[in-house]
Design a protein around this ligand. Structure first.
Ligand code: HEM
Length: 497
């Protein structure tokens, strides 16, 4: 064969491969499914709009296609569910499951856990127990928050500029969280507290690769992103080692005490006691002990980064609005005077303006879509008649819920810090128009604890510092497609006179 005909053959084969690829990748939508929004570029589908124009794109799609519609992103169909149907996803646990593994390879990260549902149930039980004792934890939270603020922000007689505010807040709240979760003795080690603070960011590094390989096949993306793990780089191992080294001697000590004191044994006020008291707990069996260390890290993963993200958003929302900061300062001063600086649970409950502010911060978290689920039953039919098949990715249109004019009025888009002051609607209350903590049976059990801690730290920061954005403006969040992250801008802290 001469050179020209070889080239021609290669060209034809290339075109055939492309056509086959195109046919394989054509989205298939069943008869009764939510409509697929048309698109112009094959294979790419709606990926560009999903990534670079999320807010406007989903608004237009809803106006045109209604409550439920489907889009084609990263080589797969995804159904978007808006406000009226969204709650059906939360309450039908047999049909939908939160698809966390789409973001992180949990089964590879936490090698000692085989049943994540069991772990979630155990941690949910633990969190409900600590919520019941929130009053007894308040002095511990307060003590270590103050220690963290002093250590990481300190004296700002001369204004100080801080750049990585989310990391800063993570380090501060790691202190009270570590003291409550693993207890004061274990948390007295600096590397333990540091692990609490950086663990979420270390894991997050796996998430940084956008799912471009999913255009070929989702499994290829999973394979590529887990390559470092397959070659032995697991960001958890280092933290596990630290925790095992410091927790083991404390457990040994407590078990000895228990034997010696029997009924007179005084339970420590931390969640380590909860794990130790589980019937199958055995620290001398490495398999069981390492399993519980992983369970502990799942709790840290779900509790520290989430809380510090909202605190960070809150500080930016304050720093850009001096009039709001002043009004909250006045409320904080009155409460601080009444309790002489030592806050109790009823004092936190008195912070009505702060509670309303925190709720508005959460309402403005600004994720267009959130809570990616997967259909786990054969199919699910919404009350509007649309059916989604098994395996379908279902994402929730949070903007449509949290910025709903029906629920929040014509000014729903506006940030109004004191919107809820007289509304008898606290920041931790779950309802269908305020789904920031999920909904149904699995709604976040840590929300009372989280709001309590967020209010406490903001109260202490507002009392101590005047906080401003360096630019003097309200800073925008960072957007990665339909997901938002706190602004990555500088803040100035200055002591109050
Ligand atoms: C502002 C901070 C927080 C936010 C925004 C948040 C949000 C959420 C969300 C959206 C869920 C899933 C709900 C669902 O599946 O429907 C969840 C579950 C959970 N959260 Fe939180 N969370 C926060 C803080 C915390 C804290 C501080 C703790 C622990 C002290 C915690 C413990 C849990 C647990 C154990 C679950 C699993 C519940 C279950 O599946 O039954 N969370 N959280």
């Amino acid at each position: 064969m001469d050179e020209v005909s070889t080239e021609f053959l290669a060209y034809i084969i290339g075109i055939i491969i492309l056509i086959i690829f195109y046919i394989i990748k054509l989205p298939r939508i069943g008869a009764n499914e939510p409509p697929l929004v048309p698109y112009t570029i094959p294979i790419l589908g709606h990926t560009y709009n999903y990534f670079f124009n999320a807010r406007n794109f989903f608004k237009k799609c809803k106006e045109q296609y209604g409550e439920c519609f489907s889009i084609y992103v990263f080589g797969r169909v995804m159904t978007i569910v808006s406000r009226s149907s969204l709650n059906e996803v939360f309450i039908n646990h047999k049909d939908f499951k939160l698809a966390l593994s789409e973001f992180l390879p949990f089964d590879m990260l936490f090698e000692n856990i085989s049943d994540f549902d069991k772990v979630t149930q155990l941690n949910a039980k633990l969190v409900k127990e600590i919520t019941g004792k929130i009053d007894s934890y308040t002095p511990i939270i307060q003590k270590y928050l103050l220690e963290g603020i002093d250590k990481f922000i300190g004296d700002c007689k001369d204004p100080k500029e801080f750049l990585s505010i989310w990391e800063l807040m993570n380090h501060i709240i790691a202190l009270p969280m570590a003291n409550i979760i693993v207890g004061e003795e274990v948390a007295s080690h600096e590397d333990v507290v540091k692990s609490f603070g950086v663990f979420v960011f270390d894991i997050g590094r796996i998430r940084t690769i956008p799912p471009i390989f999913s255009f070929i096949h989702p499994k290829l993306h999973d394979f590529v992103t887990t390559l470092p793990l397959r070659f032995g780089w697991n960001p958890i191992l280092h933290h596990q080692k630290i925790m095992i080294n410091h927790i083991k001697p404390v457990i040994e000590k407590r078990i000895k005490e228990k034997k010696m004191l029997d009924k007179d044994y005084k339970f420590y006020n931390d969640t380590l006691e909860f794990y130790i008291s589980q019937p199958d707990f055995d620290y001398s069996n490495p398999k069981i002990f390492h399993y519980y260390i992983d369970v502990l890290f799942v709790l840290i993963f779900g509790s520290v980064g989430t809380t510090s993200e909202i605190i960070t958003n809150g500080i930016f929302d304050l720093a850009g609005r001096p009039e709001c900061l002043n009004e909250l300062y006045e409320e904080a001063m009155i409460i601080d005077k009444e309790c002489n600086g030592s806050i109790t649970l009823p004092d936190v409950q008195k912070m009505k303006k702060l509670d309303s502010f925190v709720k508005e911060v959460l309402r403005h978290s600004d994720d267009t879509l959130k809570f990616l689920h997967k259909v786990t039953s054969e199919s699910f039919t919404f009350s509007n008649g649309y059916t989604v098949p098994k395996g379908r990715r279902v994402n929730l249109y949070m903007d449509d819920v949290l910025k709903s004019k029906d629920a929040y009025g014509d000014d729903a888009e506006e940030f109004k810090p004191f919107r809820f002051v007289n509304a008898n609607s606290s920041a931790s209350k779950v309802d269908r128009n305020y789904a920031v903590f999920g909904g149904g049976k699995h709604a976040c059990p840590g929300r009372f604890f989280a709001i309590h801690e967020i209010k406490l730290i903001l109260h202490k920061l507002i009392l101590k510092y005047n906080i401003k954005t360096k630019s003097g403006k309200i800073e925008n969040k960072k957007y990665i497609g339909p997901i938002s992250l706190p602004p990555k801008k500088a803040l100035i802290f200055e002591n109050r006179k």
